[in-house]
Design a protein around this ligand. Sequence first.
Ligand code: ZN
Ligand code: ZN
Length: 166
Amino acid sequence: MIVILPYESAVEQVDALVEDLPMECRPAEPVSDIKQMYNDKRDQYNTRGYVRHCSRAARTEGHLVLGVTGVDLFSAGHDFVFGSAQVGGHGGVISIYRLGEGEELRERMLKEAIHEIGHIVGLTHCDDSSCVMFFSNTLVETDNKSDGYCAECQKEYEELKLERIN
Ligand SMILES: [Zn+2]
Ligand SMILES: [Zn+2]
C-alpha cells in the first residue's frame, strides 16, 4: 500500500491520481502546505522539507507516503522540480504546479507520481527516454515518456516491492 498525502493546494487532484495509479494506494487526510519551506526570494517552496515531512508521515501511516502539492517546488541546483524523493527511503513528493490542466495534468501527474514512487521503493534514473524513470525537467520530456516502467525497471520494482511495500 502506498499512501497519497494531499497538501491543501492540490487536494482536488488527488482522487483522480488514486484512481489512475496502477499500485495499491489510498488517500490520507489533507494537510496544510509547509509555510516554513517558502523562500520569498524565489517565490517557491523548498522540496527538502516536503520530502522530510512525507517521510515522517510514513512512520505514522506505517506505509510509504507520496505527497501531492500545488505549490512550486525547487531544490538545490534546479530552477524547479516536478517532484523529489529519497531513493529507498519512505517519502517523496510531486508538485502539480507546472503540469498544466485537464487531461494533460492528469497524465503528467500520474507519470510524476509513478516516477517518485519508483524512487521511494529504490529505483534510480533510467537511460530509456520512454521509461517513466527517465529524468524529466521539461514537460516535453514528461510527455514523451510512458506512464510505465521499462522491462528492466519493472523487474527491479517487482523485486524491491516485496521488501519495501507492505
Ligand atoms: Zn527522478
Ligand atoms: Zn527503465
